[in-house]
Structures are given as structure tokens and as C-alpha cells.
Design a binder for this molecule. Structure first.
Ligand SMILES: Cc1cc2nc3c(=O)[nH]c(=O)nc-3n(C[C@H](O)[C@H](O)[C@H](O)COP(=O)(O)OP(=O)(O)OC[C@H]3O[C@@H](n4cnc5c(N)ncnc54)[C@H](O)[C@@H]3O)c2cc1C
Length: 185
């Protein structure tokens, strides 16, 4: 079981946490529920009709916790490499180690990326197609990687992309999180 620290609790971070926790990993989301979603009225999230961003967040947070992720009401102030893992420190001075980091903190998270030596230009942290940054095992998802043209569904999709890469690496083979309905017989 890998330990994954997800920094940021908007749709990008919660989506990464959903896939990781659902598949048995130790996923912790850090954030204070101060996402831009609280200003949004969604009419453009596929499969979900007319929902406030706040209601969307409440449902998403409950769903992710129900699947076993931990949501911590905390702001992260420092990231560092710690041996073969990473150390994540909160504004209250507590810290935890993680095997992977998923940066989902929108623009305020850029300074955290630079602490790990990751370049963070204003228009977004560069990543590869799996949302991996220039530092191995550190991903950037959602608005932190794509400052402009930001949409909730794009952030959620990016979180899922990063999670699938982590799940594939941990499984040692390509991984897809596919389920089917129970058969009727
Ligand atoms: C007025 C308005 C209306 C909008 N309407 C729509 C709409 O109709 N449809 C749509 O698709 N999108 C809409 N959006 C955009 C939508 O809100 C964003 O696309 C979405 O919130 C991006 O998700 P994200 O997870 O990438 O980042 P965010 O939702 O911004 O989440 C980032 C989270 O990280 C947290 N964070 C930051 N720094 C730290 C730290 N150091 N430690 C811990 N946590 C940290 C933040 O507090 C925040 O909770 C709207 C936005 C606004 C402002």
C-alpha cells in the first residue's frame, strides 16, 4: 500500500483521492475546503444537472471519505525530499511522510512545487501526459497545471489520470479501474 499526500481539496485533488482510496491505497487530502467551487453554479458537468459548486463539493467529499480516503483540514506550508520519500509539513507544524505527492492546490500551490525544485511558471506547472512533473513521484493536477481554461470536469479528469499512473506503477502493470454491474442471475 502506497502513501499518497494530495495537496488541495477541489475537484482535482478529490478525484485523485477517490481512485487511490478505492483501490486500497493510503490517500490523504490536505486542504481547508476553500476551493473556487464555492463560487460556481455548474451547468456543464457531464452526467450532473444543475448543481451548486458547494453541493458538488459536499457530495464529493462524502464520497471520497466513504471510499476510505482521509480528509485533513490543514494547509501545507512545506514540502521536502526525505530519504526515499517526501515530507509534508502543515502550517501547524505537524508533518507526515508520503511515497507520492499529488499537487492539486491551484495557483497558491506553486510555491510548494518550487520547494521541490519544480519549475512553476504563471500559466501552470509543466507535466507529461500522466500529469507527472519534472520530479519523479510528484504529480500536478487541475488548475495548478493549467491556470487558464479551468473547468471542474477537466480538473477531476486530471486527478484521475495521475491516480491511474500511480496505480499502474504500484501494480507493476497497466491498471484500469473498471467495474461492471452485478449479473442478474
Ligand atoms: C465564479 C466562478 C464560477 C465558476 N463556474 C464554473 C462552472 O460553471 N463550471 C466549471 O466547470 N467551473 C467553474 N469554475 C471553475 C472551477 O471552480 C475550477 O475549474 C475548479 O475549482 C478547479 O479545480 P481544482 O481542483 O483544480 O482547483 P481548486 O478548486 O481551486 O482547488 C484547489 C484547492 O487547494 C487548496 N489549497 C491551496 N493551497 C493549499 C495549501 N498550501 N495546502 C492545502 N490546500 C491548499 C485551495 O484552498 C483549494 O481548496 C468557476 C470558478 C469561479 C471562480
Amino acid at each position: 500500500m502506497a502513501r499518497i499526500a494530495i495537496i488541495g481539496d477541489g475537484p482535482a485533488g478529490l478525484s485523485a483521492a477517490l481512485f487511490l482510496a478505492k483501490n486500497g491505497h493510503d490517500a490523504t487530502v490536505f486542504g481547508k475546503d476553500e476551493t473556487a467551487m464555492h463560487y460556481a453554479m455548474l451547468h456543464n458537468y457531464l452526467g450532473v444537472e444543475d448543481i451548486t459548486g458547494s453541493e458538488f463539493q459536499a457530495r464529493a467529499r462524502a464520497q471520497v471519505e466513504g471510499l476510505g480516503a482521509t480528509l485533513l483540514d490543514a494547509e501545507i506550508t512545506e514540502l521536502a525530499v526525505d530519504g526515499d520519500a517526501f515530507r509534508i509539513t502543515t502550517s501547524e507544524g505537524t508533518s507526515e511522510r508520503a511515497d507520492y505527492i499529488v499537487l492539486a492546490a491551484a495557483r497558491p500551490g506553486a510555491k510548494l512545487a518550487t520547494q521541490l525544485g519544480i519549475e512553476a511558471p504563471k500559466d501552470g506547472i509543466p507535466t507529461d501526459d500522466e500529469q507527472l512533473t519534472s520530479v519523479d513521484r510528484v504529480y500536478a493536477v487541475g488548475r495548478i497545471a493549467r491556470q487558464h481554461r479551468s473547468q471542474a470536469i477537466i480538473s477531476a479528469g486530471a486527478g484521475a489520470v495521475a491516480a491511474l499512473d500511480i496505480l499502474s506503477r504500484e501494480a507493476g502493470e497497466e491498471f484500469a479501474d473498471w467495474d461492471s454491474p452485478p449479473s442478474e442471475d
